[in-house]
Design a protein around this ligand. Structure first.
Ligand SMILES: Nc1ncnc2c1ncn2[C@@H]1O[C@H](COP(=O)(O)OP(=O)(O)O)[C@@H](O)[C@H]1O
Ligand SMILES: [Mg+2]
Length: 311
């Protein structure tokens, strides 16, 4: 796949999600086509029940279409063996949910480090990376707090930090400000705007039309289909990686042999119930020197360090 700007990152072709059969048959998504370019900030709107969450869940590999095709980074996700899906998801997709979905029994720093469980890094390194990113979010002094000790706005910033730490291709946010007051919503939107400006691709569901000013594209859905789809920023004007120096996240090496489930549809979990992830007895990699994955190599080229560097 090509790495230049305007690269297609997501392609949905005639994706349908059907529930029930016969008389009870209904469609959460119906022949849904969508092409997303790297660097887009898409807001999805539409009445309750029109399929917004289903769409995000399918894009985020938390759900499978009944029919149709989904290419992520040019890869047909149907072909990814299920045992590797969680790994693929952790590397490629960052999630932000309305209810934050932090693991209540883990301190903030460990919540943030969760997507790194596939990285092959030892725990000390994962925590160091989480510590770095929490500093950016001005939450370092609370990193050993438990989630319940933080306000909603703070918890959502933790969730954003978590969504970024593995340097994913795309960030999916399902009504991320839905449980926040307007002041905290504003703070979260400013964060997302900055993350987008750094070259990241974001797809966000919202009920709040005022927030669409942050978007480069607004899609209105109706009954499982696209009703309107308006780009307010031309593809050629989309932000590229490497501009923004604010969020610094290391590149991950490929570790295809580590297995762990991180995020389920409704909450963040780690299979085997606790989070003292398998410690792979591997030496720590210095990603700056030897990015292990092909993809990582490209990432490094694009931007030295920036979150926005992305592949
Ligand atoms: N597990 C399920 N079983 C049956 N119907 C479902 C299921 N999940 C979602 N639906 C239906 O699919 C439609 C779209 O749901 P959803 O994607 O959650 O909508 P939105 O996020 O836009 O409110 C709704 O009609 C909903 O009732
Ligand atoms: Mg929903």
């Amino acid at each position: 796949m090509s790495k230049e700007n305007n690269e297609t990152i997501i392609e949905l072709k005639a994706v349908t999600k059907r529930y029930g059969f016969g008389d009870a048959e209904s469609y959460a998504l119906h022949n849904f086509d969508l092409t997303v370019k790297r660097g887009e900030f898409i807001m999805i709107m539409g009445p309750s029940g029109c399929g917004k969450t289903t769409l995000l869940n399918i894009i985020g590999l938390l759900d499978k279409p009944t029919s149709g095709k989904y290419l992520l980074n040019g890869k047909n996700v149907e072909k990814i063996p299920s045992r590797r899906k969680a790994h693929f998801r952790a590397k490629e997709i960052g999630f932000i949910f309305q209810n934050f979905n932090l693991v209540p029994t883990l301190p903030i720093i460990e919540n943030v480090s969760l997507p790194l469980i596939y990285s092959g890094y030892r725990k000390a390194r994962r925590l160091r990376m989480a510590d770095n990113i929490l500093e950016h979010f001005h939450l370092r002094e609370r990193e050993y707090y438990m989630p319940y000790q933080l306000s909603g706005g703070q918890q959502q910033r933790v969730a954003i930090a978590r969504s970024l730490i593995a340097n994913p291709s795309i960030i999916l946010a399902d009504e991320p400000t839905g449980n926040l007051d307007s002041r905290n919503s504003h703070i979260i939107m400013e964060e997302l705007q900055e993350i987008h400006a750094a070259g990241n691709t974001i797809i966000m569901v919202t009920h709040n039309p005022a927030l669409t000013t942050y978007a480069t594209r607004v899609i209105n859905m109706l009954d499982g289909e696209i009703d309107t789809d308006i780009k307010t920023v031309d593809d050629s004007e989309l932000p590229r990686g490497g501009k923004n120096e604010k969020v610094s996240v290391k590149v991950l090496p490929n570790r295809d042999n580590v297995e762990m489930e991180i995020i389920s549809d409704s909450e963040v979990t780690v299979s085997g119930e606790n989070v003292s992830i398998k410690e792979e007895p591997k030496e720590e990699k210095a990603p700056a020197k030897k990015p292990a994955a092909k993809k990582s190599t490209t990432k490094k080229k694009k931007s030295s360090a920036k979150k926005g560097g992305k592949k």
